[in-house]
Write a protein that binds this ligand. Structure first.
Ligand code: ATP
Ligand code: MG
Length: 256
């Protein structure tokens, strides 16, 4: 049991979820390590949704509302941490959910589908259907003809750089959620949300609800005003600033 007073309580609870997902065969072994990389960046960003992340979330919400066939791509870590939030977001944007795994086994894919269905999904693509392939040299190339293959916008939380690049090259709008502003995913996506998925997805949902009644022109303007490269530079500056702050007083003390 992790006491609630522990300064890393939230972070440790997420770690428990990932470990639990691994024990159940949802999270791949490499997914444990990927989570650790995310944790490190989250720590450096103060474990909060930063201003640049908020800007990216707003642009992402506008983009999802403007797209005709948006799809959320789900892997093991995403399912273990955020199944319910994925379903909620898919519903509000009228989008589809598709399982896509780097370390793909049919067994694991079916387990992930089961979790998503339990969380309320009506349909989960990418399994038990004839799949197409996008131009990427790994198991991640699979794409459902009813989902990612024909999507105009793909939301890729915790994605791999090669696949992000391939999706962007194929002309799709790619929205990434990735805590590492330097990853190839963040660097190549159309809109990069540098935030923890557990904070970013609920905020993205809220933003979609807020913007839902705006007209197309207003939504387009939000996207046009957003500059992904500049936004990523702002994230890097924040990491620099956080380095000089006292971690001891704000985040390692138990006496709060
Ligand atoms: P890339 O292939 O894009 O260059 P990478 O190889 O460094 O990235 P991967 O292991 O492919 O990284 O993907 C994991 C990514 O997901 C990492 O960049 C990590 O920071 C991020 N990540 C892990 N956990 C979370 C989380 N909970 N929320 C958001 N991002 C996360
Ligand atoms: Mg990678």
């Amino acid at each position: 049991m992790i006491p609630k007073t522990h300064p890393r309580y939230k972070s440790l609870m997420l770690r428990e979820k990932i470990i639990d997902g691994w024990k159940k065969g949802i999270v791949a072994t490499a997914g444990l390590i990927a989570h650790g990389r995310g944790e490190a960046f989250d720590y450096m960003l103060g474990e909060k949704t930063t201003l640049p992340a908020k800007k990216a979330i707003k642009a992402a919400a506008a983009s999802l509302l403007l797209s005709k066939n948006p799809v959320i791509s789900v892997n093991g870590n995403t399912a273990a941490l955020s199944a319910k939030d994925v379903v909620k977001l898919a519903e509000v944007i009228g989008g589809k959910i598709e399982v896509n795994l780097f370390h793909r086994t049919v067994k694991r894919a079916r387990k992930i589908k089961k979790i998503l269905m339990k969380a309320g999904a009506k349909e989960v693509l990418g399994i038990d259907e004839k799949l197409k392939h996008i131009d990427v040299d790994s198991n991640r190339s699979t794409a459902s003809p009813h989902g990612i293959y024909n999507a105009d916008t793909v939301l890729v939380p915790l994605e791999d750089g090669d696949r992000t690049e391939a999706l962007v090259k194929s002309g799709k709008t790619v929205i990434a959620i990735d805590l590492n502003p330097l990853s190839r995913t963040s660097q190549t996506a159309t809109i990069s949300i540098v935030d923890n998925i557990v904070r970013a997805l609920p905020k993205l949902y809220e933003e979609v609800v807020k913007l839902k009644n705006k007209n197309k022109e207003e939504l387009k303007e939000i996207i046009e005003k957003f500059d992904n490269k500049k936004n990523l530079e702002e994230v890097l500056k924040l990491i620099e600033i956080e380095r000089y702050k006292s971690h001891r007083s704000s985040r390692t003390s138990r006496s709060r």
